[in-house]
Design a protein around this ligand. Structure first.
Ligand SMILES: Cc1ncc(C[n+]2csc(CCOP(=O)(O)OP(=O)(O)O)c2C)c(N)n1
Ligand SMILES: [Mg+2]
Length: 185
């Protein structure tokens, strides 16, 4: 049985330690926040497609590992960002595609991930690709050389979780503090 997106996020973040997490906007961020909150999490608000680019900049500018939890619609909206990440090729970047083949947050309208294999697209760019099914053992992705592209098929739809009760300034300020704190040690 294919996982719900919230189950996939739970399993992935359940095995993370010190990694910084950049999360796709909409329900994915709400789901992550409802599972566990952390200053290591950056919840994208509003800017569709930008999680992978923010993750790339972060991976290039400091040494900690960066895990981007992205969506198919957002990857497709900013495919150039994926190309740039592949060309820059930071070893500490893991892009996770939570692929439900639709824009789940806005009502599960189909994306072109329904007909185009984004794992194959990422592979052709030079990412080390790992494809998960129901057995989402994310430690396997963490053991790989980066940059990694982890393809995680998930069911369409969203969990019934509340909105994030942090404002944008709080999210960014505590995140920057977290990143700076570690780099200045
Ligand atoms: C430029 C832009 N267009 C549209 C939206 C509205 N919007 C917010 S989330 C979303 C769907 C995102 O789909 P995907 O990245 O696949 O994530 P999913 O919700 O499926 O996990 C859309 C269309 C937006 N925020 N910004
Ligand atoms: Mg989607």
């Amino acid at each position: 049985m294919m996982l719900e997106r919230i189950e996939a996020i739970e399993r992935i973040t359940g095995v993370l330690e010190d990694e910084l997490v950049i999360c796709n906007l909409g329900f994915p961020s709400r789901e992550l926040y409802s599972i566990r909150d952390s200053p290591r999490h950056f919840y994208m608000l509003g800017s569709m497609g930008m999680a992978s680019s923010i993750g790339l900049g972060l991976a290039l500018s400091q040494e900690r590992r960066v895990v981007v939890l992205d969506g198919d619609g957002s990857i497709l909206m900013n495919l150039g960002g994926l190309v740039t990440a592949a060309a820059q090729s930071p070893g500490n970047l893991i892009i996770v595609l939570l692929d439900n083949r639709c824009y789940a947050t806005t009502g599960s309208q189909c994306t072109y991930a329904d007909v185009i294999d984004l794992g194959a697209v990422a592979e052709s760019m030079g990412f080390n690709v790992i494809r998960f099914a129901d057995d989402l053992n994310f430690e396997q992705a963490l053991a790989m050389d980066g940059p990694v592209f982890a393809h995680v098929p998930v069911k369409p739809g969203n969990a019934d979780v509340p909105v994030i009760d942090l404002d944008a300034e709080e999210i960014i300020e505590r995140f920057i503090e977290e990143v700076r704190g570690a780099t200045e040690d």
